[in-house]
Design a protein around this ligand. Structure first.
Ligand code: PGA
Length: 238
């Protein structure tokens, strides 16, 4: 049985004062029948881990190497050292903004596993790929190139269509069902598959009722407890 996971990605948002939101999320997570994760900026991981013992704390990216001359980067082991238990790899904002390739993402996912973190491997197609009918092929080839070799249930996949991230335009249940079934055929029954892209309290119930949706990766709506808690509650009702 795959336990649902509701993960909030704060991206480049969040200062010490925002930990008050995490305190409120932690109160709900303490009683929750689903896993709850928050990916704060790296500057807050240590404090977030101390402030929210019922919330899984995750990094937003890591380097593939354990240590070395990589100014500005962070290794998976460093994230683990300050309290992270998961790490997002291959988010579309990094694939685009930092030109990360599938091979880069696979190295990061492997580094996460080696450090004892659960990697959340993100994949997703552009609007162009979808309008030309190449979306499934594109996502499956991204997935096959990005998954660590010999992956198992510790790896989590997040399907995030680029056109749905931060746009308010969520994929339809039929679109999500089609893609999650295709991803399932690659990853097997043990791996959790999250959907991400404009998930809100209002659309979460329909999303969680869709086959092969094991949770959500939430951006904007994870920044406040008031918006994030209804998504956790919808996952618990599903
Ligand atoms: P969004 O972001 O919920 O703001 O669309 C999702 C994500 O980037 O993970």
């Amino acid at each position: 049985m795959r336990r649902k996971l509701v993960a909030g990605n704060w991206k480049m948002n969040g200062r010490a004062a925002d930990l008050v939101e995490l305190h409120k999320i932690n109160e709900v997570a303490y009683h929750a029948t689903v896993d709850v994760a928050i990916c704060p900026p790296a500057t807050l991981i240590s404090e977030a881990h101390a402030a929210a013992p019922s919330v899984w704390i995750a990094g937003q990216d890591c380097h593939a190497a354990v240590s070395g001359a990589y100014t500005g980067w962070l290794s998976a082991e460093m994230l683990r050292d300050v309290g992270a238990s998961m790490v997002i790899v291959g988010h579309s904002e990094r694939r685009t903004g930092a030109r990360e390739t599938n091979e880069d993402v696979r190295g990061k996912a492997q580094a996460g596993l080696d450090a004892g973190l659960l990697p959340i491997v993100c994949v997703g197609e552009s609007e162009d790929d979808r309008s030309t009918g190449r979306h499934v092929d594109h996502v499956l080839s991204q997935l096959e190139g990005s998954l660590p070799s010999g992956f198992d249930e510790r790896t989590i996949v997040a399907y995030e269509p680029i056109w749905a991230v931060g746009t308010g335009q969520i994929a339809t249940p039929a679109d999500v069902e089609e893609m999650h079934a295709a991803i399932r055929s690659v990853v097997g029954e043990q791996v959790r598959i999250l959907y991400g892209g404009s998930v809100k309290g209002e659309n979460a119930a329909d999303l969680f009722a869709t086959a092969n949706v094991d949770g959500a990766l939430v951006g904007g709506a994870s920044l406040t407890a008031a918006q994030f808690i209804p998504i956790i509650e919808a996952a618990m009702r599903a």
